[in-house]
Design a protein around this ligand. Structure first.
Ligand code: HEC
Ligand code: HEC
Length: 388
């Protein structure tokens, strides 16, 4: 009996020793993870599970990876003449846009589209106005070799630049456990971009129950937005996807602003009828006005001619000018565009049409749009105003 008790006690002691050894091991393990864990609080209005859903398993977020991505994002030395970084066109003080109609890259070259905000870009169905890049990782490589943006002649050239900056190779080894590659550059930048989430605006506080968070004019504007303005058909208000976009590609006929659009539409339609190859469609997009073909270049479907992804409306107060071609200088101008029903065009989305809306109602609608500005983005913008 006694012997058996001793044996049991011994067993227990061995078991306990084993457990504490295990916990020591996991403790040591988790300590290095803890050291690299991202301290990050989501802004009011973005549910944790929604954010987590959009972080790919292949590219988990760690503090050091995000830090490396941030460094790359702001580094002008990665462009052909060391004059342009991602942040030149996605400036934190302008809610990660550039404030220009068309972006200016190396050597004063201009692109053909307005720079979108990177805030909340991680939630996009596809990247770019036409969704031609599937992921942030895929997108991040392209500005480096766009001749109108950072102007490198190849991705190898980009890798060589990163390798030649003394502090980078070590950081890449620490974060990824290997040498610099273009995929790792893209992964680090994408990880950083997944921390650029924005909400916590008067609208979010209002939705959370603080009735005083929005002005009366903004509240009236919200009602117009969801009723007679018909805005929420595409910029839908949805608590589980709170970005005021349906993430679909829509033709609002803004593309018809360009004088070559009709001729290009005709040629694109012919090419499709003649069963032409993808490459001939892509060649069209490189022609003057070709950027106006929009989503068509990705799908080859003529119904997508002139279609662009419905943008998020968060922080629009800070991201003028508007539309993919930067053609509207103010939010009042955007609203006027919708009130007239958009440009006349056979491919225009059938949800759009002339609206009956008084000047005061239009003003209220703009006030609502301004209630979508996050406090943080506004504070950064205010800092830049002080500097000027
Ligand atoms: C010269 C200006 C310029 C530079 C430099 C630049 N971008 Fe952009 N960015 C743009 C423009 C313009 C677009 C939209 C282009 C389009 O839709 O065809 C865009 C689109 C994007 C998008 C898609 C956003 C959306 O809503 O679809 C992301 C993400 C992005 N850029 C990240 C980056 C990163 C990362 C870098 C640096 C590696 C970078 N950009 C460098 C101008 C620039
Ligand atoms: C049929 C779908 C649809 C409806 C309805 C709609 N929008 Fe849009 N909205 C879009 C699309 C698509 C774009 C991008 C168009 C482009 O640039 O070619 C856009 C762009 C915008 C922009 C510019 C954002 C930016 O970053 O450049 C604002 C602001 C805007 N819409 C507000 C409104 C308001 C206010 C209403 C209601 C009066 C409204 N929208 C109705 C689809 C729609």
């Amino acid at each position: 009996m006694f012997v058996m008790k001793i044996a049991r006690l011994l067993q227990l002691a061995v078991f306990l020793a084993f457990i504490s050894a295990m916990s020591l091991m996991t403790h040591a393990d988790s300590e290095s993870v803890v050291a690299d864990r991202l301290e990050f609080t989501l802004p009011l209005g973005i549910p944790q599970d929604v954010w987590a859903y959009y972080i790919p398993k292949e590219n988990p977020l760690t503090r050091s990876k995000v830090e490396l991505g941030r460094e790359l994002f702001f580094d002008k030395r990665l462009s052909a003449d060391s004059s342009i970084s991602c942040a030149s066109c996605h400036d934190p003080q302008l809610a990660f846009t550039d404030g220009k109609q068309f972006s200016e890259g190396v050597g004063g070259r201009f692109g053909t589209r307005n720079a979108p905000s990177i805030l909340n870009a991680m939630f996009n169905s596809g990247q770019f106005w036409d969704g031609r890049a599937a992921t942030l990782e895929e997108q991040a490589k392209l500005p480096f070799i766009n001749p109108d943006e950072m102007g490198n002649t190849s991705l190898d050239e980009v890798v060589a630049r990163v390798r030649n900056i003394e502090t980078y190779p070590d950081k890449f080894r620490r974060v990824f456990g290997g040498d610099v590659t273009i995929d790792k550059v893209a992964m680090a930048i994408a990880a950083y971009e997944r921390t650029l989430v924005s909400a916590d605006s008067p609208f979010d506080r209002f939705q959370a129950g603080d009735r005083a968070a929005m002005t009366d004019a903004a509240k009236r504007g919200l009602l117009i937005f969801r009723t007679k303005g018909r805005c929420n058909i595409c910029h839908n208000i949805n608590a589980s996807f709170p970005f005021l976009t349906d993430q679909n590609y829509r033709n609002t006929a803004v593309a018809a602003n360009h004088k070559s659009f009709d001729a290009l539409t005709e040629r694109a339609t012919k090419l499709v009828q003649q069963n032409n190859s993808r490459s001939s469609l892509l060649a069209l997009s490189g022609e003057r006005g070709g950027a106006e073909l929009g989503r068509f270049v990705v799908t080859g479907n003529t119904l997508d001619i002139g279609a662009f992804r419905t943008p998020s409306l968060r922080n629009v107060e800070l991201t003028a000018p508007y539309f993919h071609d930067g053609s509207a200088k103010t939010l009042a101008e955007v609203v006027r565009y919708y009130v007239k029903g958009g440009n006349d065009h056979p491919l225009r989305d059938w949800e759009l049409g002339a609206l009956l809306m008084s000047d005061e109602e239009q003003h209220d609608l703009v006030e609502f749009l301004k209630s979508l500005t996050s406090d943080e983005a506004k504070a950064m913008a205010a800092k830049s105003m002080k500097k000027e």
